[in-house]
Every structure is written in C-alpha cells, then in structure tokens.
Design a protein around this ligand. Structure first.
Ligand code: ATP
Length: 611
C-alpha cells in the first residue's frame, strides 16, 4: 500500500453537519418573489456586513494564500504547504501473493468508506422511480437487489461498505444490460447513481478475470521507478469533460476496486504531468481521463496504449458529442481499440438531446441497449424550483438577501462568465461571507482547493461558471442559485437541468432558485414545461409561456426515441415491454467467467501504440 500521499476521501468529502437534511418531497408551491419586490441588499459598511454574516451563523470566511503554493524546489516541484493532488489519492495495491481473495486493509477502509461521505440514500427515493424504457438486442430483466445480479463476491462486500443497499432504477437496468455484453446508451436524472451503474457491472466482470486480463505490472512494495516502470494498458477507459468530474469518478472507482487487482488511475489537465505519469507507470487497468490530457498521453506510446481496452465509457455523453469536442472524440474513439470485436462502448448522461443521440450512434454497434429512466432530459421532484424575477441591476441585492433568508447551508451560485464569477466571489467575500470560486481560468491547484474547501465546509458558498454544472456530487448541497440563467446558446435547458441537479441527489431534497428577467426569454418555454412536469409553481411572469393546449406537455426534443433509432433496433422489445426468458440469468450466481475470450484473439497488447 502506498502511503506516500495522504489524500483522504474523508477529508475531500466530509459534509458540514450544520445543515439539516430534509427528506420530504418538495412542495409544489415554492415561494417566489414578485417582480415589484424590493431587495434590501448588503450593508455598505463591510465591518457591519461582516457582523451580520456572523450573526446569521455563516462560518467565518477563509483567506487562501495561493502564492504559498507557488514555491518550487530546484527541480520545479511544488513544495508549498498544500494538500496532495487528487490524482495521488491512495488506492488498494494488489500483491500477486494474495491468491484468490485479497485481505482487507482497515486503515484504507477508514479513508475510502467514511460514513460522512457515503450515507446511503435519502428517504425520497420514490421521485427517482420513473417509467423505464429499454430497447436493444435482448430483453433486460431489471435486478431489484444487488444480490440478484451475480456480482463478484468481493464487490458485494464493498457495496455494503459503501451503504449501497439497493440498486437505483438506472442501476437495476444497466447492470444486467452490461453483463449481457452489448453497447449501452443510458439516460437518467441527475444524482441517480449513473456512475455506479456502469462501474459495478464492468468491475464485477473484470474482477473474475483480472489475473488473466491485466497487463503485467511491478510489485508495488518493491517498486523502483527507474527499473520497474511499465506501460499503462488499461482495460477500461472512462472519458468525462471536466477535471473535477474525472477526479470524482476516480474516487468512486477507487472504492469499487477495493480488494481487487484492478488498479484505477486518473489523468487530467492542469495537474502535474509527472505525478500522473508515475501512477500510470505502476500499471493501470481503469483509466479515467479528460480528453486533452488523454490525447497527450496517447501520443506517448511508451506510456500508454489503448490496445487492451475492453470498455470505453463516455460520461456526460451529450456534452462530449457536441462540435466542441468532435476532434478530440474522433481521436479517442478512433484508436486501434475500435477493431476489437469485444470492445463495448457506453454513453451516459442526464440529458441527451436527439441531435446528440444521433451523433452518438456512429460510435455504437448497430444494435445497442437504450435505457431511459423517465423522459430523457427531465429532472425530478426532489428539487424545489423557484424562479424569481430580478432585474440585472438588482441581482447582487437579491443574492445577498437570498443568502440571509434561511439558515446557512452549502450553496452553489452559478454565473455565466469567469469575470462574473470573480466579481460575485469578491463581493460576497468582502461582505464577510465564506465563499470560494472556480472557473476555467483558475490554476488546477486553485480549482482542487476550492472544491475541497467547499466539501469540507470551510467555504460553504461556491461561485462557479458552468464548469461545475455537470456531474459534481457533493453531499448536502442544499441550495443552487442561478444568478444568471443559462442562455439557449450556452446549454439552455439542459444546462439548467444539470446545474439544479447539484442539489437533491440520491433521494435527498434541496432547493434551486433562479433569477429571471427579460434577457432570459429564450429559455422560458422549456423552463415552464419543466416546472409543470415537476409540479412546481409557474410564476405569473411566465404564464404567457405555458403550452397553449393546456393538456399533455410536448417536449420537442427529448421525450420519445427517434424513429430512426427505433427502426434500427433489431430484436428489441418495445418500450417498457415485459422481460422474457433469454434475459439476464440473475439466479446463476457469479458469472464473471463467461467474460472475455482472452485466448481467441481478442487482445492486441502487442499491437503497438495507438497514438
Ligand atoms: N445504490 C446506491 N445506494 C446509495 N447511494 C448510491 C447508490 N448509487 C449511487 N449512490 C450515490 O449517489 C450519489 C449520486 O451518484 P452519481 O454521482 O453517480 O449520480 P449521477 O446519476 O451520475 O448524477 P449526474 O447526472 O449529476 O452526474 C453518489 O454520492 C453515489 O455515491
């Protein structure tokens, strides 16, 4: 076990306990300020504002001295007093002496499975139980209990440590679909457990075969970098758009790989290359990466080859299918791994507009599983949404009032530009509030520290651009504020769904407040439909945007499968059809051995580089 670093999941993710976690389903009528409302705003005098913040029980603000991080030794290694990088977080280190069952490591368990972080589901899970539509090469019989899924016994024990008692709906369908061995496109609401939905079945399948499948690697105890370094030859590649998100998926993978030979690594821009390279040199079976850094590494054939890949997963897939990422995705998906007949591709997101689903199809086998929980792109009723009319020049006052209108709680404030993020952070900080902020112009060190401070509760107010809109999973985020509404040409309603989805995750409840004015009309129609769909109050100023017929709400883009998508399916069951016998044989116990045909030419480990 490497103890070079002390990056504890517990520290990363501890929840502040001054927040009451409500578990009831949100009421349908949230309070909503009227357009004529007068806001009070912050006291002009900063000292008075500071006293007011303390009087309201906001924790004292923390000043970060980033310049102390800039100290470097003669080898240009940072030596300031700073926390370890996310990429160097501890993981279970396998020894070939273990035989079939690897021993527990209590110290590591404390770090990986702290209950501060993994507290199980909230009591409002019903809101995530929506109609599930599946289509694909075979019928999928959902697994209602993890014990029915034929998972690897070590993984079953780990799920208990993680307090994952039952599969969520997306997990219930995705686990058997992945075990059936076809490509998958899946969509389910924010905070519904999509990460584990793909990690659990993949890791379970690989665990039974790890000895045979994993590339040779050095003994971690006697590892000598100058003589023992190996090329990374991962079996699984997970690609996601942001650094914070890949670090988070890496954390989930570190937990789920516990006591297995599977070794997860993370690669992302901004973090020190050398450190990430060092981790790859020790062997890597599960690589989680942002596209830019991944492509950098793919260009170094002595460092990384994707030739052994069995699974490629694209998280936040609709984002990754946009034109912005096209060049990167073509390089990543077009590597030598594509020639592997066993290679499985999967795509996941809470939103997946039709246009992006079409792009996604070009990467999938003609007949692949589609698993959609509820309407694609929908949100859920555990988020209490309120839309408040606020003119541009009143937004600061409105924000300040909002932060004092209830008990302090972990809050994320979304704005539409980096400049605005800096300005709002400064404004609140000067008024004595415990804020921090992130955006894409910040150094990676600053970004990691900001997220850490937010998670630990030292800075429970996070101001951010859309960089934190997707995927970020932090317990007890009780309030999301859209200081700026996402505009239609910058993510529109999908961005809104992801942003508000940072609260009310996995059966908990939370609030989302959004400032709206004439500038936001481009999102109004979609917004009203979303509010109606979730039984939320439609404010008077949005009444004109109600659907005319007043009956069933028609969603232009997301609700039904594309007809050409459906036409292409062969042998699939109808949407929501009852499963038949050729489905997943849940009663056959652990089924890892029916995995890959390692000896039948599936591997191309020696096929050279794929950069
Ligand atoms: N079966 C389960 N039981 C309890 N907790 C779970 C279970 N599955 C996942 N979780 C927890 O639920 C939280 C949300 O999971 P995750 O981040 O994968 O959601 P998501 O669907 O990917 O959300 P988003 O669309 O916002 O990315 C995580 O904290 C995860 O640990």
């Amino acid at each position: 076990m490497s103890d070079d670093f002390n990056f504890e999941t517990a520290d990363m993710s501890a929840a502040i306990d001054d927040v009451e976690v409500s578990s009831s389903v949100a009421p349908s009528t949230a309070s909503c300020p009227k357009p004529e409302q007068n806001f009070v705003g912050a006291p002009e005098d900063d000292a008075e504002a500071e006293a007011k913040a303390r009087g309201h029980n906001w924790v004292p603000k923390t000043n970060y001295d980033y310049s102390s991080y800039a100290i470097k030794d003669k080898n240009s290694v940072e030596v300031g007093n700073m926390p370890a990088w996310a990429a160097s977080a501890v993981k279970y280190e396998w020894s070939d002496d273990f035989g079939d069952v690897a021993p527990r490591v209590e110290e590591l368990e404390k770090q990986l499975f702290t209950t501060d972080f993994l507290a199980g589901t909230g009591t409002a899970m019903k809101a995530l139980e929506l109609e599930v539509r599946t289509e694909g090469p075979k019928n999928v019989k959902p697994v209602l209990k993890f014990s029915e899924a034929g998972l690897h016994p070590v993984l079953m024990e780990t799920l208990k440590l993680m307090h994952y008692d039952e599969p969520t709906p997306i997990q219930a369908y995705t686990i058997p679909a992945v075990l059936l061995g076809s490509d998958v496109v899946a969509s389910a609401q924010t905070g519904s457990g999509k990460t584990a939905a793909y990690l659990i079945p993949i890791l379970s399948r690989l665990m039974g075969k790890a000895q045979k499948l994993c590339a040779p690697r050095p003994n971690p105890v006697t590892y000598n970098p100058s003589t023992d370094a190996v090329r990374a030859e991962p079996l699984v590649l997970i690609v996601a758009p942001t650094r914070e998100l890949v670090c988070q998926i890496f954390d989930e993978a570190r937990r789920l790989c516990y006591r297995s030979k599977l070794r997860p690594c993370v690669a992302y821009g901004g973090g020190p290359m050398g450190l990430q390279r060092e981790e790859l040199n020790k062997g890597c079976d599960i690589l989680i990466a942002t596209p830019g850094r991944l492509i950098d590494f793919m260009r170094k054939p002595a460092l990384l080859t994707l030739a052994r890949l069995k699974y490629t997963i694209i998280d936040e897939a609709d984002e990754m299918m946009t034109a912005d990422w096209e060049e990167n995705m073509t390089q990543i998906m077009g590597g030598d791994s594509n020639e592997d007949p066993d290679h499985i591709y999967m795509m996941f997101s809470a939103t997946f507009p039709k246009e992006m689903r079409k792009v996604a199809r070009k990467y999938m086998e003609p007949d692949y599983f589609r698993i959609y929980v509820g309407r694609i792109g929908s949100t859920h009723k555990n988020i209490e949404q309120s839309i408040c009319w606020v003119e541009e020049n009143k937004k600061r006052d409105a924000l300040y009032d909002l932060l004092f209108s209830e008990k302090p709680a972990r809050t994320i404030i979304f704005v539409n530009s980096k400049r605005q993020a800096d300005m709002i952070d400064d404004f609140l900080f000067n008024k004595g509030l415990p804020t921090t902020s992130i955006h894409s112009d910040r150094t990676q060190r600053e970004r990691e520290d900001a997220i850490l401070a937010f998670k630990q509760g030292t800075c429970p107010i996070l101001v951010t651009t859309g960089v934190a809109a997707r995927g970020i999973d932090i317990r007890n985020v009780m309030h999301v504020i859209n200081y700026d509404m996402p505009s239609a040409d910058h993510g529109g309603i999908q961005e809104y769904v992801h942003r508000i989805g940072r609260t009310a995750r996995i059966g908990y409840t939370g609030k989302a407040s959004s400032f709206y004015n004439n500038r936001n009309e481009d999102i109004a129609e979609d917004l009203v439909k979303l509010l109606i769909e979730n039984g939320q109050l439609v404010p008077d100023f949005l009444e004109d945007h109600r659907p005319l017929d007043g009956g069933k709400i028609e969603f232009d883009d997301d609700s039904e499968p594309d007809s050409d998508e459906a036409d292409e399916a062969t042998g699939g069951d109808a949407w929501g059809a009852a499963p038949v016998d050729d489905g997943f044989k849940a009663d056959e116990g652990f089924a890892a051995d029916d995995g890959f045909k390692a000896d039948e030419g599936g591997f191309k480990a020696d096929a050279g580089d794929d950069a």
